[in-house]
Design a protein around this ligand. Sequence first.
Ligand code: PLP
Length: 384
Amino acid sequence: MDREIYMDNAATTRMLPEVLDAMMPYLTDAYHNPSAIYKSTFKVRDAIQRAREQVAAAVNADPDQVFFTSGGTEADNWIIRGCGIDRIITSEIEHKAVLNACKLMAKERGTNTYIVPVDESGMLDMEKFQDKIRRAGWPFLTSVMAANNEIGTIQPLRDIGTLTHQMGGLFHTDAVQAIGAIPIDMLDMHIDFLSMSAHKFHGPKGIGALCCNCSYNLIPKPLIVGGSQQLNMRAGTENVAGIVGMGKAAELAVKDMETRNAKIAALRGKLFELIFENIPDMRLNGTCYCIDRLPNNLSVSFKGVESQQLLAMLDTRGICVSAGSACNAGSVRPSHVLLAIKVPEEYADGTIRFTLGIDTTEDDVTYTANAVAECVKAIREMNA
Ligand code: PLP
């Protein structure tokens, strides 16, 4: 088989064999509907409960307030559309699952969304955050992501949660990129609602959760209605195997977090150094290297390079990475995140995101750095 170097772990991760093993019984013999009442369903219901406890333990949530969803997008939509609060304060670099849900609420309910700017490293401007809260009035919900999917910037969750609570609001964080990457403690960080998605931490796709940490009447009203599953909060027969897989993945994600991430961060550092040494006219996006950045993220921009072209060339060498731009109506536009952190125009189009993972080796890093240097040089020569 051709060599593949996968450096797109922010897009999705490889499911671990232990996770598949845990799921297997629920894809085969233990197929019963958890809502049925005969004794074969005990095993299925127990498995769901255990998974709920595993997910809760990963973020210090109450297992009774973990609600399984179809993924991060549904969890984000659920809180924004179901919280019943018409003043939402959020950041300009949130995932579209949050930003577009806010837009929809503005249209459907006249909800006011207050968008807080970030600085050039992607950090929330805390002063402006406080200003917006004051302007919004009460009651209000703040929704600020734990870590950004493109540039890896980690937000000061405890400060955001504390301020939100001091001013009488509720705090939601989209922690989709953060689980298994940084420690998250809902109680300590004053997080009322948290979104997560299993496929970002070596679990299966199509399963996520909204974890709540609030009094029962503040749990958002259901987004999906129908049967009485999950305490009447999220209708639909549970994705049992997915839930079990997510529970196992959550347990593993926090178990060896520090050692695993130390290794990944060291490899990421090496990749950065090799690229920086060998390619002129490049810049690092996000926070100053290493501080307040996800351990696996490296977002860099190359002057005078079209990322789509670079991506295609790297693909022919077996390297899987992402660009920081999207093709809209035929023209390539930098993402809303790169625009928000004001990446200079001549760099923005040439943005590449490397997200390393548990399988990344030293050899992968050297190979990738060499390939990037060669491809950037070739593109610049072609365009000269
Ligand atoms: N939020 C963030 C920060 C993400 O990175 C993603 C996915 O890339 C999502 C939400 C959506 O998650 P899902 O793919 O589970 O719907």
